[in-house]
Design a protein around this ligand. Structure first.
Ligand SMILES: C[S@@+](CC[C@H](N)C(=O)[O-])C[C@H]1O[C@@H](n2cnc3c(N)ncnc32)[C@H](O)[C@@H]1O
Length: 188
């Protein structure tokens, strides 16, 4: 993925269902010196939290209107935020002509028909596509709730049914888990 973007001076990166920006924090260090991210989520509170978390994560952060200009480990990272419902506004979101479309922990939430439509549309943009869902076996809920454990168990059962390789879920030493079917299992 990083190699594909190498020739682009400032790649435009679209992070769908960005939540609080964890995908940016994990992926930006793998990319070039200059990057332009748009974080998209339908929950404005999460995008506000993303701005706070990214500001704390960066070595330097400057707000320009609703956007951020970050410096992290010598990389210049522009970040803008967009509240949009991907069920209804995907076409408008993709109009940004992204070089990379990415999402983390999103595609377990969507239907097969949405995925088919999405795949066609991303293909039409010519963008590189990168997605990931990782779970290291640790979880923490704030504030704690009596349903935390049953809900977590139900999630793990569902993930197992969907092919997630799982070790002991509450083992702090659990290896990183990777859930991604072989490409041959996708049908667009
Ligand atoms: C499991 S979280 C993953 C968040 C983040 N990408 C991460 O890896 O930490 C899924 C995210 O998708 C967002 N989301 C779910 N459905 C959406 C929709 N229809 N349009 C936009 N965002 C959506 C949620 O608000 C949430 O932030």
């Amino acid at each position: 993925m990083a190699r594909r973007l190498e020739g682009i001076a400032t790649p435009r990166i679209l992070d769908l269902g960005s939540g609080t920006g964890s995908n940016l924090r994990a992926t930006a260090p793998l990319l070039g010196e200059s990057q332009e991210w748009t974080l998209v989520d339908y929950d404005p509170n999460l995008l506000e939290e993303a701005a706070r978390a990214l500001t704390a994560w960066a070595d330097e952060a400057r707000a320009i209107g609703d956007s951020l200009v970050l410096v992290k480990d010598g990389k210049n990272i522009g970040v803008s935020f967009r509240v949009a419902d991907l069920n209804r506004e995907l076409d408008a979101v993709l109009e940004k002509k992204p070089d990379l479309v990415t999402a983390s922990a999103l595609f377990d939430l969507i239907s097969a028909s949405w995925m088919r439509d999405f795949a066609r549309k991303v293909l039409a943009t010519g963008a590189t596509f990168y997605t990931v869902l990782t779970y290291d076996g640790r979880d923490e809920f704030k504030p704690p709730h009596p349903f935390d454990e049953p809900v977590m168990r139900a999630t793990l059962v569902r993930q197992s049914a969907n092919g997630v390789v799982s070790t002991q879920p509450w083992d702090a030493n659990a290896p990183r888990l990777l859930n991604f079917p072989e490409p041959s299992r996708f049908h667009f």
